[in-house]
Design a protein around this ligand. Structure first.
Ligand code: PLP
Length: 221
């Protein structure tokens, strides 16, 4: 299968409410343009230093999402154009995003990255940490960010039952946060979960955004 066929194969599996973020990390401009030419506009990158030159070189109607860990000192480089940040894992980072967004006169859509994996990973908030963040006075003062939902990464494993359990826990977390902090807000609506190997499981468990790279582009160079 060529790239356009792989892309439309994946799109065929997506319910109407599920968005596809095509993960273009490590891909050549020509590969990205091939997806762009199929009409796709949402791309995800996990590193600021790779994202910024791509933003500069690629068509300006691409909506870029940052899906990897973000350091506070790098926020300023993406604040002028980033479409969504999936990886917010601290109040400090959120405050920096708000500050840089204010300078750009923008409101930046953000997701809280939640810790759902059984394996030890470095990034992500526990439910009580997210609740503390959202109930803080400092958070209430941030006007140039909008929390649009949650993101999570399942354990790197072949065990589908475990992956399903972890996705289910993210959906539960989403529901709890929605009820407690966003009951009045339609904006809090996204659950970013699912990658090349597990996006079908993620969709069954309530994903609204899947982040897919290698299933479209093949193995990374
Ligand atoms: C690389 C990456 C993906 C996509 O991974 P594939 O297995 O290539 O689909 C999704 N999310 C994050 C955070 C990533 O870093």
């Amino acid at each position: 299968m060529g790239l356009p066929e792989k892309l439309s194969e994946i799109k065929r599996h997506l319910p109407a409410n599920v968005k596809l973020v095509v993960v273009s990390k490590g891909r050549l401009p020509a590969e990205i343009i091939e997806v762009y030419n199929e009409g796709h506009r949402i791309f995800g990158e996990n590193k600021v230093q790779e994202l910024v030159p791509k933003y500069q070189d690629m068509p300006k109607d691409i909506e870029w999402h940052l899906i990897g860990h973000l350091q506070t000192n790098k926020v300023k480089y993406i604040a002028p154009f980033i479409g969504m940040i999936h990886s917010v894992d601290s109040l400090k980072l959120l405050k920096t995003i708000d500050k840089e967004a204010t300078k750009c006169n923008r409101v930046i859509p953000c997701l809280l990255q939640m810790y759902i994996a059984e394996e030890e990973t470095k990034y992500g908030l526990f439910l009580d940490e997210a609740a503390d963040l959202l109930s803080s006075e400092e958070f209430a003062g941030l006007k140039n960010i909008e929390i649009r939902g949650v993101m999570g990464m399942a354990t790197f494993t072949d065990n589908t039952d475990q992956i399903r359990k972890e996705f289910r826990s993210l959906k539960t977390i989403f529901g709890l946060l929605k009820k407690k902090f966003f009951a009045e807000s339609d904006a809090f609506s996204e659950i970013s979960m699912g990658m090349s190997d597990d996006y079908l499981v993620a969709i069954k468990e309530g994903s609204t955004m899947v982040r897919v790279g290698s299933a479209i582009f093949g193995h990374r160079h």
